[in-house]
Design a protein around this ligand. Structure first.
Ligand code: MN
Length: 260
């Protein structure tokens, strides 16, 4: 088991078809952690259907409750898909807390955690554009290229679809950078040098320049597409990627076989 000081998870969207609960379970069972920050959209109350809450989704909640019982500090920060919880927050029950935002001092540095949907009114976007993060982005570019290659093979000019795709990709990129910059500026205003969000399903750790100085912006991604988290151990933040971890695992097995 790997030992972590802090684990940040967001956008699990438990209770929806898109949630990769089995992979998350695998991950949660492979780590030991002192503090867990659930940064919003954990249980998807919006899309919640009584008929759909598979065993693996329950197991994720079970593992989290087990960890609370074993002494892990768990902070549940509300998101826009579990915003009903905002009616009852804040709540503190032993080492479990339900809050809307959180300021935590980590190795002497103040970190500001919140889901990020508060920017939805500030940052101009549509749900469609918001979904165009990460893989959707790549896929659209590839699809665009493929279509144009086919058209070219038939001696026809590129389809106008490419322009539309480019416009929406640009919009998506702008939405993401607007979100990140807004978070950084708001953090700077309040003298927080570290800001940690979820919501846009775009995992990253980066340094952003604001007018008043640098801010470290982090996003834990999601367990719908990217299957990522933020981990704090040995005084350092890093992004965990379940896809990469699996690949490494398979590679090491393969190497073992080759060596034998
Ligand atoms: Mn959200």
């Amino acid at each position: 088991m790997r030992q972590l000081d802090i684990l940040v998870l967001s956008d699990l969207h438990l209770g929806t078809f898109g949630s990769h609960a089995e992979e998350l379970l695998e991950y949660l069972q492979s780590i030991q952690v002192k503090t867990i920050i659930l940064n919003g959209d954990i249980i998807d109350i919006w899309q919640f259907k009584k008929k759909y809450f598979p065993d693996a989704h329950f197991q994720v909640l079970n593992v989290l409750i087990e960890k609370i019982c074993q002494g892990t500090h768990v902070y549940y920060l509300t998101g826009n898909h579990d915003d009903l919880l905002r009616r009852i927050s804040p709540i503190k029950l032993a080492n479990f807390q339900l809050v809307d935002k959180l300021v935590m001092e980590i190795d002497g540095k103040k970190h500001w955690f919140f889901h990020g949907d508060v920017f939805d009114s500030l940052v101009n976007h549509s749900r469609f554009v918001a979904r165009l993060g990460g893989k959707g982005y790549d896929l659209l570019i590839r699809l665009n290229r493929l279509i144009n290659n086919i058209l070219k093979a038939f001696g026809r000019p590129p389809y106008s679809f490419s322009k539309r795709v480019k416009a929406s990709v640009k919009k998506a990129a702008k939405f993401i950078s607007d979100f990140e910059n807004t978070a950084a500026e708001l953090a700077m205003e309040q003298a927080y040098r570290y800001v940690v969000c979820g919501h846009i399903h775009e995992p990253v750790i980066k340094s952003l320049n604001t007018e008043e100085g640098r801010v470290i912006y982090m996003n834990s991604g999601d367990w719908v597409e990217s299957l990522t988290s933020l981990e704090y151990a040995h005084g350092k933040w890093s992004i965990y990627s379940h896809h990469d971890a699996r690949l490494n695992h398979e590679m090491s097995h393969l190497e073992d076989k080759v060596l034998v």
